[in-house]
Design a protein around this ligand. Structure first.
Ligand code: GDD
Length: 419
């Protein structure tokens, strides 16, 4: 049997996702109608013989309890949240909870970063890993990036024929390779020996030299992947399917589009269809069954409308996420934006961001990723975001701006952060 571990970090992480993470833990932010890590859970549940999913992080357990209970109910497999007593790093929690991971003797276990989104090729990873005869400790998923993008990720040099990772550098200061780490791994339980050595080395460093970022914290990338590269036991599987990080709200719009696209081929029932009395639907749109959308509104492409949201007559929404309980009044326009929970947009208002991908039709991960970045390789921040319970009055225009929660706007804004 197999298991999976999803790393979700904690309240100190995900700061670039503010203000959206101020009222909900970032891993639970809804993308295409589902909490972000529910997409990970769905990918795991689709792997035959995968029996348990462990969510590791340092959020207070109370913030995850309801979500976990709903997931167990929905997918009927064991799902647990294990809370780290402090930020233990990307491998520290895995080491701390090693007995829980090894319980039941899984043959392998996946590790998934909670802040990536993808069409996760988990079954392919499993087949690839099993084909490697000489007891691989780990297979990591990789994708192609541009030179500029690559330095913001883990960079991999591999043997072209065997796909063995010969060299690994985490976020190098100069160019190493365009093959990057996707933050999705398949591991053999023997990996715990390597993590234990890393843990002991950290302790040693801490007590003898007072060095390191805390004696308990271990980083998978620095302490495990780097030493494993070149040993013949670390392999890379490159994917051409879509993949991206979700560090910013702009990236959530991008992830929304791609998860909706996946629904089209795999979960058609989650997409809104045009029918008698329905609103005008263009392309991929998800509408929560409890949302109310006026039949003269036009939604899409790439729109998700959350539970109990209300969309008035003549409203136009495109490339946006409208969260639960939000309302958009008559004839308003919402483009390339995220409308926070319980926010209210008045009549004839305009809430607009700038497209983060000028060419949404390119299917290859490299091309799509590029659009997430500006020319200098930094993430494109130009969508408009309303935090929770924001009020936008009638006839106001809001362009490329971020509004913090509970703000009541009184006029139009452009390119501003409204505190
Ligand atoms: N449980 C737990 N505890 N999770 C953590 C902790 C921790 O102390 N620290 C980070 N995480 C989780 C984050 O929530 C995220 O899902 C994942 O681990 C990686 O987080 P970061 O440490 O922020 O790394 P990164 O995203 O900048 O880079 C990593 O992911 C890239 C792919 O998205 C690296 O693995 C890169 O090499 C990789 O390219």
């Amino acid at each position: 049997m197999l298991k999976a571990v999803i790393l979700i970090g904690g309240p100190l992480k995900g700061t670039r996702f503010r203000p959206l993470s101020l009222d909900i833990p970032k891993p639970l932010f809804p993308v295409a109608g589902l909490p972000m890590i529910q997409h990970h859970i769905e990918a795991c549940v689709a792997v035959p013989n995968l029996r348990e999913i462990l969510i590791l992080g340092y959020y207070p357990a109370s913030e995850l309890t309801q979500f976990v209970a709903e997931m167990v109910q929905e997918y009927k497999i064991n799902i647990r949240y294990l809370q780290e007593f402090m930020a233990l790093g990307t491998a520290g929690g895995i080491y701390h909870f090693r007995d829980q991971i090894r319980l039941g003797s899984p043959e392998e276990f996946f590790i998934l970063n909670g802040d990536v989104c993808a069409d996760f090729p988990l079954v392919e990873m499993l087949e690839f890993h099993k084909q490697k005869g000489n007891k691989p400790l780990m297979t990591m998923l990789t994708t192609e990036a541009t030179r500029q993008q690559s330095v913001h990720f883990g960079c991999i040099v591999q043997d072209k024929d065997s796909h063995e990772v010969t060299h690994y550098v985490e976020k190098p200061s100069t160019f190493v390779s365009t093959l990057i780490n996707c933050g999705v791994y398949l591991c053999s339980p023997e990996l715990f020996h390597t993590i234990a050595s890393a843990f002991n080395a950290r302790q040693q460093e801490f007590y003898t030299e007072g060095a390191g970022d805390g004696k308990e914290a271990i980083q998978l990338e620095r302490d495990v992947l780097m030493p494993l590269a070149g040993t013949g036991r670390l392999f890379a599987l490159q994917t051409a399917r879509w993949w991206s990080q979700v560090k910013t709200a702009g990236a959530a719009i991008y992830a929304n589009r791609h998860y909706l696209e996946l629904y089209r081929s795999r979960r058609g029932e989650r997409l809104a269809r045009r029918g008698p009395g329905s609103c005008q639907v263009l392309g991929d749109v998800h509408i929560h069954p409890s949302a109310s959308v006026h039949h003269t509104a036009t939604l899409g492409p790439n729109v998700s409308i959350g539970s109990s949201a209300s969309i008035g007559p003549g409203v136009r929404v495109r490339e946006s996420i409208v969260l639960s309980g939000a309302s958009i009044a008559d004839h308003s326009l919402v483009l390339h934006s995220i409308v926070g929970r319980l926010s209210r947009v008045g009549r004839w208002a305009r809430v607009e961001g700038t497209p983060c991908d000028p060419n949404p039709n390119k299917p290859f991960a490299k091309m799509d990723n590029r659009a997430l970045f500006n020319r200098d390789g930094r993430l494109n921040p130009s969508i408009t975001i309303l935090g929770c319970s924001v009020t936008v009055p009638a006839e106001v225009i809001l362009l490329n701006s971020i509004v913090l929660p509970y703000k009541e706007l009184t006029r139009s804004f452009k390119n501003e952060i409204i505190l």
